[in-house]
Design a binder for this molecule. Structure first.
Ligand SMILES: Cc1ncc(COP(=O)(O)O)c(C=O)c1O
Length: 361
C-alpha cells in the first residue's frame, strides 16, 4: 500500500473561491459578480495582453528560467542588483520555496491569526508547526506577542502587511522596532502582496531595510494591482545569500513565459496602476458609506478587500449572496464567523453587492 508522508495526514487542501463558470452552471445565472479573491476588477493592462499575443509565436519554447527581462526591469525600477530577486509561479510558490529552504522537521514559524493561511500550510508540509498569534483588538498583527512567541525552534516569522483578511497595516516604525528585536537566525518574511494599494505615509519602505538586515525577504506579486493572477507570477527581494539558497530549491522553469512578458509590459503601464488605485479608493469610500448606512461594522482597509460584520452566520449569508450571483468570502475560514471578506470591485459591482446584501440581510 502507498504511504504518504505522515505530516500530510492532517492537512486540508486550500479552499479556493468559487470560480465564476461553476456558479453560473450550478445556479443557471448569467451575470456573476466575483468579489472573493482580491483580484483586480479592471482586469489587466492592455499592454500585457498585447505582449502575450506577440509572445504566442514562441509557445513551443521553454521560458527563460532566469526571468532575465523581468529581473532587469525590476532591478532598474528599485535600483537594486538583479541578483537580489527570485521569481515564482505566484508568491504562493515562493512561500513553498522558502519553507523548503528553511524549515526542518519539528521547527516552528510564527504568523498572525487571522492572516494568510498558506503560511501555515507550507510550514506543516515541511513537518513544522505554525504558531498563530491572535490579532490585537483593532485587528492588527500583534508584534509584541510575536516576539514573546519566539523560541529556539523558530525559523520564520510571516508578516502580512497589509494583513489579509483584515486589511490592517503595521507602520514603518513598528516594523523597525520589531526587526531590531528579532534574533538574526530567524527569517522574517515581509509579504507585501497588496502594498501598491496602501496610501498611508507610515507604511514601511521595506526595500530600504534590505541593507540593514540580513534576515529579511520581501514578497511582491503581479496578481493583485497588476491583474495577472491567472498567469501566476510573483517575486522575492532579499540579499544574494538568501536568494542563492532559495534558487537551489526553485524548479528550472517555474515561471511561465506568458507571465514573464506580461509582467514586463505591466510594469510599463503606470496609468493602469493609478486607475486601479483610484477605483479602489473610491470603491472603499462607497462601501464604507453603505455599511455605515446599514449599521454594519467594518474594518477600515489598506488593501483591495474589506471585512464587514454581517452579524449573522457568514456561511449562510455567503450562500444567500451566491444565489443572487455575488461571490464573496465567508469569514468562517478565518475564524471570524459573522464576517464577510469582500473584494472592492468596480462601481457597478459594488452597487450590485450592496443591493444583494441589503436583500439578504
Ligand atoms: C497576503 C497574500 N500573500 C500572497 C498571496 C498569493 O498571491 P499570488 O500567489 O497570486 O502571488 C495572496 C493571495 O491572495 C495574499 O493575499
Amino acid at each position: 500500500m502507498l504511504k504518504h508522508r505522515k505530516t500530510i495526514e492532517s492537512l486540508e487542501p486550500y479552499r479556493p473561491g468559487k470560480p465564476i463558470s461553476e456558479v453560473k452552471r450550478e445556479l443557471g445565472l448569467t451575470d456573476i459578480v466575483k468579489l472573493a479573491s482580491n483580484e483586480n476588477p479592471l482586469g489587466c493592462s492592455p499592454k500585457a495582453v498585447r505582449a502575450i499575443i506577440e509572445w504566442t509565436k514562441d509557445i513551443a519554447l521553454y521560458p527563460d528560467g532566469n526571468c532575465t527581462e523581468l529581473r532587469n526591469a525590476l532591478a532598474s525600477r528599485f535600483s537594486l542588483s538583479p541578483s537580489r530577486f527570485l521569481f515564482g509561479a505566484g508568491t504562493d510558490q515562493i512561500l513553498e520555496i522558502i519553507a523548503q529552504t528553511y524549515i526542518n522537521s519539528g521547527d516552528n514559524t510564527i504568523m498572525g491569526w487571522p492572516s494568510f493561511s498558506r503560511y501555515e500550510a507550507v510550514t506543516r508540509i515541511m513537518d513544522g508547526t505554525a504558531i498563530k498569534v491572535t490579532l490585537t483588538g483593532d485587528y492588527r498583527l500583534d508584534l509584541k506577542a510575536f516576539l514573546d512567541a519566539i523560541d529556539d525552534k523558530t525559523r520564520i516569522i510571516w508578516i502580512c502587511n497589509p494583513n489579509n483578511p483584515t486589511g490592517t497595516i503595521i507602520t514603518e516604525q513598528e516594523q523597525r522596532e520589531f526587526l531590531k528585536r528579532v534574533p538574526d537566525n530567524i527569517l522574517v518574511v515581509l509579504d507585501e502582496a497588496y502594498h501598491e494599494y496602501v496610501q498611508d505615509a507610515n507604511y514601511p519602505r521595506s526595500i530600504q531595510l534590505l541593507d540593514e538586515y540580513d534576515n529579511i525577504i520581501i514578497l511582491r506579486t503581479f496578481s493583485k494591482i497588476y491583474g495577472l493572477a491567472g498567469l501566476r507570477v510573483g517575486y522575492a527581494i532579499s540579499n544574494e545569500n538568501i536568494i542563492s539558497y532559495l534558487n537551489r530549491v526553485r524548479g528550472p522553469f517555474n515561471v511561465n513565459a506568458a507571465a514573464q512578458v506580461a509582467a514586463v509590459a505591466s510594469l510599463e503601464d503606470r496609468e493602469f496602476v493609478e486607475d486601479s488605485i483610484r477605483i479602489n479608493q473610491e470603491g472603499k469610500q462607497y462601501l464604507y458609506r453603505a455599511f455605515d448606512d446599514m449599521g454594519l461594522e467594518y474594518i477600515p482597509t489598506h488593501g483591495n478587500f474589506i471585512m464587514v460584520n454581517v452579524k449573522k452566520d457568514s456561511v449562510q449569508v455567503f450562500r444567500d449572496l451566491l444565489l443572487k450571483g455575488v461571490i464573496v468570502r465567508s469569514g468562517d475560514i478565518f475564524d471570524m464567523d459573522n464576517w464577510l471578506r469582500i473584494t472592492v470591485g468596480t462601481p457597478e459591482q459594488n452597487a450590485t453587492l450592496i443591493n444583494a446584501l441589503k436583500t439578504v440581510l
